[in-house]
Every structure is written in structure tokens, then in C-alpha cells.
Design a protein around this ligand. Structure first.
Ligand code: GLN
Length: 189
């Protein structure tokens, strides 16, 4: 990503403030994205968790769908988490809803939540902490999508091109390695 440009955090709804503070802890400049013009000023974007249905409504009301699509296709790094991942997926079930298709994955909403409302764990074979909050399950991963992290053998963080999608919340807690890996900055900033 272009180092001179700040990282944008989509700030329409949901858990954007914790992403903002994770990025600031890395010494990065952050812009809260609310309008299409904000997308012209950033070098990367975080699409936070929250409620995907509400996100869809606000994105459509604010005319952000086209500008977000263009940004996603620009090759700039994007991190989507939870509801953001639901909207970035190709198809969404339980219930079905519209999505942007930035990644060739299918997701099922609230699928972890049916067993346990919210929980914490570690990604398989790593010390990466995971917080799941009514998280979606990735039910299909397309051939051009790489699985970066799994939990109990299931994909929970995947990447296609410059877009990385997590079903958990890397912005909660003190671990900022995922933000650093994607957007740069300094862990000890
Ligand atoms: N369950 C929410 C949805 O379907 C996502 C939850 C979250 O982002 N933490 O949109």
C-alpha cells in the first residue's frame, strides 16, 4: 500500500473504533470513511463488523456501493471482519441477502453463534487470539482464494488478491499483528 496515504476505516456502523485504535497503535494515520470522497484519500480500507443488514441499508442510502466496489477492485489492501466479510462474500445464506462478491467465498450468517453466542480461542497451530461474535462460517472457498487461518479445521481468515477476510475480530484485544501484516506500521510505535 502507498505509505503516504492513511488507512480508511469504514465508519457507518458497528465496530470501527477498535480498528481505528489498533491502526493508530501501529503509528498509522487513520481516516474514518463516511463519504465516497473519503475513499479517494486512503491507501487501504478496513470494513468492520457490526450488522451486515444495517451496513447494506446505509451503504445504499449514502450511494457508497459503486465507490466501494471500485475501491475493492483497485488493488489496495482491504481487511474485512465479520459483517464486513459477509458483505464481501459471493453468496450469503441463513438468511440469504445481497453481498458485493469481492471474494469467491460463500458464508452462512451467525453460524458459529448458534452453538455459542460469542467465544474466544486460538487459530489452529498458532498463538493468534480469536474473538467470535455471532460470527459467520465460510462454507465454500473458491480456487483462487487462499486460506490463511483455520479454527477446528475450518477457514476463518482467507485472502484473494489484496482482500483479506476474517470471520473473527482481530481488532479486539491487544494483538495487532494482523493489522500490521496488512497495513504496515510498527508494532512498538
Ligand atoms: N451476525 C452479524 C451479521 O450477520 C455479524 C456479527 C459481527 O459482525 N460481529 O451481520
Amino acid at each position: 500500500m502507498t505509505k503516504s496515504k492513511p488507512v480508511g476505516v469504514l465508519a457507518l456502523q458497528g465496530g470501527y473504533a477498535a480498528h481505528e485504535s489498533s491502526l493508530r497503535r501501529l503509528g498509522l494515520d487513520v481516516i474514518l470513511v463516511r463519504y465516497a470522497a473519503d475513499l479517494d484519500t486512503i491507501g487501504g480500507l478496513v470494513f468492520p463488523g457490526g450488522e451486515s443488514t444495517t451496513h447494506l441499508k446505509i451503504i445504499s442510502r449514502e450511494g457508497l456501493r459503486g465507490p466501494l466496489d471500485r475501491f475493492a477492485r483497485s488493488g489496495a489492501p482491504i481487511l474485512t471482519t465479520c459483517a464486513g466479510t459477509i458483505l464481501a462474500a459471493r453468496t450469503v445464506s441463513d438468511p440469504e441477502q445481497d453481498s458485493f462478491g469481492w471474494l469467491d467465498i460463500d458464508v452462512s450468517r451467525n453460524a458459529w453463534g448458534r452453538q455459542v453466542h460469542s467465544f474466544e480461542a486460538f487459530a489452529d497451530g498458532t498463538d493468534i487470539p480469536l474473538t467470535f461474535i455471532r460470527a459467520p462460517r465460510i462454507t465454500r472457498v473458491g480456487p483462487d482464494v487462499s486460506t490463511l487461518l483455520t479454527f477446528e479445521g475450518e477457514p476463518i481468515m482467507v485472502q484473494q488478491g489484496a482482500i483479506t477476510a476474517a470471520t473473527f475480530h482481530p481488532e479486539l484485544g491487544s494483538d495487532i499483528r494482523i493489522h500490521q501484516q496488512l497495513f504496515g506500521g510498527d508494532i512498538d510505535a
